[in-house]
Ligand binder design. Sequence first.
Ligand code: ATP
Ligand code: MG
Length: 701
Amino acid sequence: MSNSPNAVPARLNLAQQQAVNHLHGPCLVLAGAGSGKTRVITHKIARLIQTGIPADRIVAITFTNKAAAEMRERARGLIGAAVRDAVICTFHALGVRMLRQDGSALGLKSGFSILDSDDVCAILKDAGGTVDAATARQWQWTISLWKNMGLNAERAAQAANDEDQARVARVMAHYEERLLAYQAVDFDDLIGLPLRLLREHESVRTRWQSRMGHVLVDEYQDTNATQYELLRLLVAGRAPREARFTAVGDDDQSIYGWRGATLDNLRKLPVDFPELQVIKLEQNYRSTGAILRAANRVIGPNPKLFVKSLWSELGEGEPVRVVEADHEDHEAERAVARIQSLRAGTLATAGSQALEYRNFAILYRANHQARPFEKALRRAQIPYRVTGGTSLFDRTEIKDLCSWFRLWINADDDPAFLRAVTTPRRGIGHQTLQQLGAFAGRYKVSLFEALYAPSLGLTLPARSVAGLHEFGRAVDSWRQRAGQAEGEAAATAFLRDWLQDIGYEAHLRDTEDSPTLAQARWANVTDFCEWMAARCGGRIEDPSGLAGPQKVKSLLDVAQTISLLSTLGEREQDPNQVTLSTLHAAKGLEWPHVLMVGVNEGLLPFRADEEATESAQSARLEEERRLMYVGITRAQSSLAVSWSRRRKRGRDQVASSPSRFIAEMALDAATTREDPREKLRALRAEFARRSALAVPAGDSA
Ligand code: ATP
Ligand code: MG
């Protein structure tokens, strides 16, 4: 999200124009933060449409659904409704599109399910012979990394270095089998399977390649190996010299190494595409000189892939502030005080922009750091929203309801089956389910299919079979009605009847500890239902970019895209609130006033893994430095960086020191340390001036 006014018609400098007008060959825009890379992409979408390329042949890939929605909005501002059919979405959403259309070539039906991280963990726990959650998460991590490197279970087994890795590779093989049986994919498969599709199926490949009029990729530095391969194959319909794509990125902002993102993708481009036009942008339009200088100093020590120099015409601006605090709660209080004084205009930095809460962001390294800040903001009655944290879709009650949607779309989705059949409880016990599971395993069918097998009666008592049949009938009949619930009114009525029928509100009352909690959960359910219904009526656009806008859809159509949103864990909308965000989730965004908090050694940079090799440690530090750089460069007019002398670790408070990055920003301590006395002095001086009174010498406030 950007807070700067969207000037129409917006300007482009010469280098930007050059990038926008390079239409018939590969193009890489390589430039520092805030230099207008994303703006190039938006303008280029408009330009391509103007030159007569059908909008549906333009594919623009962004890092988040939210960025996609904003890009569409901006492009619409430039060229109007013509942008409607352009595909503007994330790599994952593009993958879903490809798989829904052509996944059958890989044995995947079009209604396949997308598993969320908890489902994956549960399957791994089971596939590995019931281990603890921490081990399962560890495996999940490893398997995800392998998948992003393009390894399947077989190749991972061959590449395994030790018995531990060999074991994970075996678990991965079981896991892959189960996913196929469930007709389900995980998040990484949304890239890996489309890639396989293109590699192994020539007719599918040529069809997709001929659809690619131009592919544009934002935040290119954070693509991983499989994403690069997917991109390369998509644009390979033409000779490399005519490949029609535009990638924009900044090697200094590569912060997703832990997800397998690799700067090799930047190195590979000029090799794979020798005629690549490389364009550099040097003017920063976002930040003041002081902020930019701090950013450049922090990133300075990193080895450079490409040399860049950034300058800004926005003037020196206010110095970057360093704020010290005694402990985390104190740090939070000081952040709130800063927001309040900027809003009240008592700090010189304020300007007119400071009045709105949406102009402030508090950025931190890890989600858990948000808590004291949330508490302090609530106490001060300042509205805020937490992004990149738990979203509506991560909530138990919403997952409960989504399990029914998943089952309607894909009856083979066993994890969804188990959740739907037990929430709310309908008298089908654990033992019955275990026996059903064993039966399904024996005949290699899904739980739902097993339900109707005539021989099930030989394994299970008649009463249990009857209960299961009743559940099956309920799923089928509600599925049929969901498919007919077209438009907002019909969807609303449907959801009301369905929730009533499964007794969900009563279930919340029975299972929650307190009536207040039950009510809060029920309020989430009603919010969610309203949101779903509004999408059926086309009132809300599909942020995943999967379904076209403004069409009346049935509830089943809408439900198809839900799992993607839940996997990405993103919320909509952007009201007038202070943003709390992790540094990772802040990538690409900007705010007039940024407070980076918890800038302590051990947090940013994160404490080093002492067992790692020296080169791994230094690579790690380079990535941390980029993270700091990303944080600093989110700020437009003011930046405060805070740290606290003591931090909670478990139950204890431990001494902590400021991040080395603060020293590296090379701020002049005397002028930059934010000191309450300074404000008092200024106030006194002002008071003195007005009342013509002398200020007592030797101010010791
Ligand atoms: P990041 O590296 O953080 O993703 P970016 O390079 O994508 O940044 P943009 O977000 O496109 O940069 O632009 C930064 C800000 O500068 C935005 O507010 C944008 O509107 C503005 N901007 C970009 N180009 C110009 C220009 N030529 N004239 C005026 N303002 C511009
Ligand atoms: Mg950008």
